[in-house]
Ligand binder design. Structure first.
Ligand SMILES: [Zn+2]
Length: 474
């Protein structure tokens, strides 16, 4: 059995504090495919000299600075991938009025040859993780109007230009892309094949996640209960501030709390318009003395026995009920989120726009699946080449709501020749997940082939992976 500190650290995927004081905690991620690989540390205050970090001149047509690590031998391929980041950066820079450079740590590597993402099925060409990205660091910030501390991706936090701030991590965004996937690149002599993925579309999608299109809501305990991320509250800070579970006994910890990312403050239940942050408030009525908790199982049992468990269960049901959750923008528009994946898919559910609603619209970019069409073709289909580019009108509203400034006029920064090639049959998502695996929904088949055989939790996890690995983004 794991010891308590280890166990609780595992469920702690995000945390930090209210004000920029020395005891504040920041969290840095090292693996976009696994948010649990993180480092929690005191948010060090920037020294006066460090505060003089001058942003890249806003006249730049690319505010992204990519530190690219290519771990494959094919130098031509490495060069093509690196160029894609430049193009993606230009598209986003043409859309957002970025005031501070955004540094990206991107790695191109074969997911099947490293242990970066355990459980990946490398033998099925239909089930390929293309890439994953997220904020390299999140920083706590108190939204004064809401009187609530929320976690801000560093990329967004930097845009606020606050006079004082914690020392920033080297990168704002961390991304990995799977070299085992079959990519198509703009400029390739042959048209994109149905089972290829346009690297430019994939990279642009992932960078938008890194900017802050990401949710803290998840089935954190794998018990069919939806909550935001968990952090502890220690009573030696004033005001009380979230921090890691102390590893030394005797350090006072009086409670833990669920924390939202800034994205989550705009989420609603579409049925009646309830703000999901009110559900977070309800969940935070769950309090327990962590000093008395001896095991992960005990913690989970305590939560399951609480009145708040029902709240989390109901939210979990909604997370798999089509059309039940939305992002209400500051303009009042509601963007329907992906809640039609069965079973619930961590990283895919909620954290994307609804596939059926937006797959053929100008807001196609943030659906959970990669289309069998190029970014240019998708924009051509949506008639958005000269109006919105890859970032459609509703996605712009989402990014504006969380704090980015949208440029008043969009000028396409790059001409994509593939945009002039129609999508065959106008169907960019012709491959269906069930085509990829005739047993895709047959749990027993998977059990019988010896890959999984004991814990029901393990079964659920592996089946989830088997499904979402089909032609998808994280
Ligand atoms: Zn995604």
């Amino acid at each position: 059995m794991k010891n308590l500190s280890t166990t609780l650290f595992i469920i702690l995927i995000g945390l930090c504090l209210t004000h920029t004081v020395s005891s504040e905690k920041c969290i840095q991620y090292s693996n976009p495919l696994n948010q649990r690989e993180n480092r929690v540390f005191d948010c060090l205050m920037a020294s006066p000299s460090q505060k003089r970090q001058l942003p890249t001149p806003p006249t730049s047509d690319n505010m992204f600075n990519v530190q690219f690590n290519c771990l494959v031998d094919d130098k031509v391929l490495c060069g093509k991938v690196e160029n894609v980041f430049v193009t993606a950066g230009k598209f986003i820079t043409a859309t957002l009025n970025l005031k501070s450079e955004i540094s990206v740590n991107a790695t191109f590597l074969n997911f099947c040859e490293v242990s970066i993402a355990p459980g990946i099925d490398c033998n099925n060409p239909y089930k390929v993780i293309l890439g994953a990205a997220g904020p390299a660091m999140v920083i706590p910030y108190k939204d004064v109007s809401a009187d609530k501390v929320r976690l801000y991706p560093q990329a967004l936090y930097k845009q606020m230009g606050l006079p004082t701030h914690p020392q920033f991590a080297t990168n704002e965004i961390m991304a990995v892309f799977n070299s085992a996937a079959n990519y198509w690149f703009e400029g390739d002599p042959l048209p994109m094949l149905e089972r290829q993925a346009d690297m430019l579309l994939v990279v642009t999608h992932e960078l938008v996640h890194g900017l802050g299109f990401t949710t803290a809501w998840d089935d954190q305990f794998a018990i069919g209960a939806l909550t935001p991320v968990v952090a502890t509250l220690t009573d030696d800070d004033s005001p009380k501030a979230p921090g890691p579970i102390p590893k030394e006994p005797g350090i006072p910890v009086d409670s833990f709390q669920f924390f939202e990312l800034i994205f989550d403050s705009f989420l609603i239940l579409t049925e009646d318009g309830t703000q999901m942050t009110t559900q977070t408030d309800e969940l935070n009525k769950f309090q327990i003395n962590l000093q008395e908790i001896k095991s992960e199982a005990q913690l989970i049992e305590a939560f399951k026995a609480s009145p708040q468990f029902k709240v989390a269960q109901n939210l979990f049901i909604k997370a798999t009920t089509n059309g039940s959750m939305g992002f209400k923008t500051t303009s009042g528009d509601v963007v329907t989120l992906e809640t039609d994946l069965h079973p619930f898919q961590p990283s895919s559910s909620i954290g994307h726009v609804d596939f059926a609603t937006y797959k053929s619209s100008a807001d196609f970019l943030m659906v959970f699946r990669s289309p069998s069409a190029t970014l240019g073709q998708m924009m051509g289909m949506a008639n958005s080449i000269d109006t919105y580019g890859p970032i459609g009108p509703l996605l712009r509203e989402v990014l504006q709501s969380i704090g980015y400034e949208i440029k008043g006029q969009y000028v396409p920064p790059v001409d994509l020749p593939s945009s002039k090639i129609p999508i065959p049959n106008k169907e960019p998502f012709s491959i269906q997940p069930d085509d990829a695996n005739e047993n895709g929904k047959n749990n027993n088949k998977m059990t019988n082939n010896g890959k999984i055989n004991s814990s029901s939790n393990i079964i659920n996890v592996l089946i989830a992976l088997a499904y979402i690995l089909f032609n998808f983004f994280l």
